[in-house]
Design a protein around this ligand. Structure first.
Ligand code: GDP
Ligand code: IMO
Ligand code: MG
Length: 450
């Protein structure tokens, strides 16, 4: 089998800059595929100077020759999808109707999924801090075999109504019990409304397997644009503070309907500092003036985490929530290397880390942890909410650096930035092939010798 698949995955808690590298890798690709999650993701790409926050359509849509697929592993909010298609058309990106394909097997997010997401979060003693986009409840219905797929929307309305009726029985009971009459779903009106939405999207809905077979047989490059990240993986992340899909490489191949034998390369994406949005462990987190609801405390004296957040513009692409910020964590990268088979790293925001160093006077890198009395170089899998969080062991660099996007060669980087990269490579065991120096596709140093 030809081996021409490039998979791009997040190595921490999301927002590492996957959209940018996916859009760049798509420049010579035939297919670009989103495989997991839904509009909990927010991938920023820059198209001819315009910043586009994409939630569902792969960033590879910026290549006018690439076919972009929303794979069977994705869950879809149709209103969001339609407005994204409109945004792309209005931005002048060509041939969207010919190039966008949606797997008929992708599942639909209904309004009741969003209500359930809020309800479940409110019921929890330790909420996950979900994006409240209905992601978890939609995947739960899929697992319960009551999910509605894109194909189902195209059935005659009475058949679709039957399926929705099955799906909403337990949900409506729950809404009633919680005095949420406004959330109670009506199968008849939903069937009518969603059949119409399905018809609007019909031209994109398809069986993606012949497209994939063709691309692999002709040795065309396929890019998988992973969403979310390693520590948010349902099986391998910080359970229960995770999302409801499998963003590690094996999960993305499954969600994209691709054979592992056709894999060529895996690019793990990280930021030179780290961030997390939502709840859960974050060993290298820096203190910040954020209240218990996750909002920035106005007029508070900025702490280290606030400085990093503001220099990195770390506010969610999807929810606008301020992101929690901290230092680079290498033990997580080391674990991600093995869980996802990462060949190379792309470290974005090297420019921002330099600014952070200049502002604070120092930069720290976590190279190992102290955990249960031992020094370890991987992320332990037995952490629970009330348990001990690994204590970072840091290497400290004094000062920072200035770089801008005109820097294209590794050799031109300031010595301190190179030292940072060397520490990350040694502690993670992964070569750093790409270094981000700004938000645009070509704000990147590529080390061709690696
Ligand atoms: P994704 O979810 O992994 O695709 O990442 P997001 O788009 O949510 O967040 C990454 C943010 O960092 C976006 O605003 C990007 O435009 C920006 N970005 C990506 N790489 C770089 C970089 O190397 N330097 C700077 N300054 N910004 C970057
Ligand atoms: P991209 O692809 C950052 C997080 C949420 C929450 C947890 C569960 O842009 O990197 P969910 O709504 O999925 O049930 O929320 O997962 N989360 C993300 N955080 N970037 C993402 O995607 C995320 N997708 C989900 O913040 O903590
Ligand atoms: Mg994002």
């Amino acid at each position: 089998m030809n081996k021409n698949i490039t998979v791009i995955v997040g190595t921490k808690w999301g927002d590492e800059g996957k959209g940018k590298i996916a859009s760049r890798e798509a420049e010579n690709a035939k297919l670009v595929i989103r495989a997991t999650g839904g509009n909990n993701a927010g991938h920023t790409i820059i198209y001819k100077g315009t910043s586009l926050p994409l939630h569902l359509v792969p960033g590879g849509i910026s290549n006018p020759n690439a076919i972009c697929i929303i794979g069977p592993g994705v869950v879809l909010d149709l209103e969001v999808l339609l407005s994204e298609i409109e945004l792309l058309k209005n931005t002048g990106i060509p041939n969207i109707d010919e190039r966008l394909k949606i797997s008929g097997r992708a599942h639909v997010i209904f309004p009741y999924h969003k209500e359930l997401d809020i309800l479940y979060e409110n019921m929890k003693k330790h909420p996950v801090g979900t994006t409240k986009r209905g992601i978890g409840p939609s995947y739960a219905d899929k697992n319960n075999r009551t999910g509605i797929r894109m194909y189902d929307l195209l059935l005659p309305t009475d058949k679709l109504k039957e399926k929705i009726e099955e799906a909403i029985k337990p949900h409506n009971q729950l809404f009633k019990a919680n005095n949420m009459e406004y959330a109670i779903a009506d199968a008849k009106s939903l069937a009518k409304e969603y059949h119409l939405l399905g018809k609007k999207l019909e031209k994109y809905i398809t069986d993606i397997s012949p497209i994939i077979l063709d691309a692999i047989d002709n040795n065309e490059k396929i890019v998988v644009e992973g969403a979310q990240a390693f520590r948010l993986d349902l099986d391998h992340g910080d359970y229960p503070m995770v999302t409801s899909s499998n963003p590690v490489v094996s999960g993305t191949l499954c969600g994209a309907a691709l054979p592992p034998q056709a894999l060529n390369v895996v690019i793990g994406v990280d930021k030179a500092y780290n961030s997390r949005v939502g709840n859960g462990p974050f060993p290298t987190e820096l203190p910040a003036s954020i209240d218990e609801n996750g909002n920035v405390i106005k007029d508070a004296v900025p702490l280290e985490g606030d400085i990093v957040r503001d220099l990195g513009h770390e506010y969610g692409t999807t929810t606008k929530r301020p992101r929690r910020c901290g230092w680079m964590d290498c033990p997580i990268l080391h674990s991600a290397k093995y869980t996802s088979g990462i060949d190379y790293l792309c470290l974005n925001h090297l420019d921002t880390l330099g600014q952070i160093g200049l502002k604070l006077g120092y930069i720290k890198v976590c190279t190992s942890y102290k955990y249960k009395g031992k020094v370890i170089n991987y992320y332990p899998d037995d952490i629970n909410l009330s348990g001990e969080i690994p204590e970072p062991i840091y290497e400290t660099l004094q000062g920072g650096w200035e770089i801008d996007s005109s820097c294209k060669n590794y050799s031109e980087l300031p010595d301190l930035a190179k030292k940072f990269v060397e520490i990350v490579e040694k502690a993670s065991g992964i070569p750093v092939k790409y270094l981000g120096t700004g938000p645009a596709n070509d704000d990147l140093i590529v080390r061709e010798d690696i």
